[in-house]
Design a protein around this ligand. Structure first.
Ligand SMILES: NC(=O)c1ccc[n+]([C@@H]2O[C@H](COP(=O)([O-])OP(=O)(O)OC[C@H]3O[C@@H](n4cnc5c(N)ncnc54)[C@H](OP(=O)(O)O)[C@@H]3O)[C@@H](O)[C@H]2O)c1
Length: 339
């Protein structure tokens, strides 16, 4: 069995992780560490849904040597924990953005904080198995990708990899369920009255996931990508739907069938990316509580526009499902185990 510690217990991703780990046959939940909860707190007292499924109680400190720790914390807290855990020889999968950006200046500008463990950035592996599976196997520190970032990168990667779209013309309109903001966010923007029967854009052209998306798509296309990204809050608990608008470099060279075939081939052996039949429309309800990312492909030769629709569960493929997928790869397990 692979011994796992969960660091951070009182948040939404922690709850989702606990839910998934109870179904995993090779991961053993060794310790649950929390800063905000008192020592000895039972899991059923914070997450009644998990009542009688998890007996472990919350600890203030990690006392045991485990194989891997999942950090369900903020960026600054993750930076501190990662240093300590790695020094003890514990492999780390971090759900926060602390280690996703390779350029520390971009990180500090985007997150408005000084990076406290810059030295770890070079060795951190961006935990997207579809791109970095080989590096993930050997990694000690996984920077688990952001939820919006996962949907946009998986949704558009084949087009950038094959360099068939104009890198200066990438627009994304994305929609997220409210759990994406975390449990700590008590801003009235996230209240039921504001969100129910309502959809609003936010952080227009300034969302924190943009540098992460630009980093990965620029690397795929070997050119500078700078996307225009507009996220929206939707009246959903969970789920992300990203609609990506692109233009082909040469519309004479492509057809809808060719693009679709390119996606089918690119993701042929990927267990969690489902390329839908041409013109089929993805739906959040088909992926919620699963680790799938569903991708739909649309092309109008007349308009010279490619539209990709990419949907996933922000808490699963956008967070802890992808983290478990990474842990499975790191420890040589079958990638779909427990998912
Ligand atoms: N939500 C998503 O869809 C999503 C997706 C991808 C990545 N992420 C990232 O994953 C990380 C965790 O996300 P999350 O959604 O789980 O965040 P969250 O709900 O805000 O919880 C994060 C941590 O905050 C602490 N916390 C919770 N309530 C608290 C309180 N009242 N006072 C003080 N601390 C409290 C908990 O740690 P302790 O138990 O140690 O106090 C908890 O694990 C973040 O870095 C986030 O950006 C989130």
């Amino acid at each position: 069995m692979i011994k796992v510690a969960l660091i951070g217990a009182a948040g939404y991703t922690a709850k989702e992780f606990l839910e998934l780990i109870t179904r995993h046959e090779y991961l053993e939940l060794d310790s649950i560490v929390s800063d905000s909860l008192t020592e000895g707190t039972t899991i059923n007292s914070i997450w009644p849904r998990l009542s009688s499924r998890i007996e472990k109680k919350v600890q203030k400190k990690l006392n045991n040597k485990v194989d891997v720790a999942l950090l369900a914390k903020s960026t600054s807290e993750s930076q501190k924990y990662a240093v300590q855990l790695l020094a003890q020889g514990i492999r780390v999968v971090d759900l926060s953005a602390a280690f996703r950006l390779k350029d520390v200046d971009i990180y500090e500008k985007t997150y408005g904080e000084t990076h406290q463990s810059k030295d770890l950035l070079a060795d951190a592996v961006y935990g997207m198995p579809e791109i970095y599976r080989t590096n993930i196997r050997e990694a000690n520190l996984i920077a688990n990708p952001g939820c919006y970032a996962t949907s946009v990168i998986l949704g558009s990667y084949p087009l950038f990899f094959h360099k068939i779209v104009d890198p200066k013309n990438v627009h994304v309109s994305a929609y997220s369920g409210i759990s994406g903001a975390g449990i700590r966010n008590t801003d009235s923007t996230y209240s039921f009255v504001e969100r129910n029967e309502n959809i609003t854009p936010y952080k227009i052209l300034g969302h924190r996931h943009v540098p992460e998306i630009n980093q990965e798509l620029s690397s795929a296309s070997e050119s500078d990508i700078s996307i225009a990204f507009v996220p929206h809050l939707a009246p959903l608990n969970k789920g992300i739907s990203s609609t990506i608008f692109l233009e082909p470099k040469d519309s004479n060279q492509i057809t809808a069938t060719k693009i679709h075939q390119m996606y089918k081939e690119f993701y042929a052996s990927e267990p969690f990316v489902r390329v839908l039949p041409l013109d089929n429309i993805p739906s959040i309800s088909n992926v919620v509580s699963t680790n799938y990312c569903d991708v739909g492909i649309f092309y109008s030769n007349e308009l010279g526009k490619i539209v990709i629709s990419s949907v996933l569960d922000n808490m699963v493929k956008g967070a802890v499902g992808q983290a478990i997928q990474n842990i499975n790869i790191m420890f040589g397990l079958e990638e779909k185990t427990g998912l």
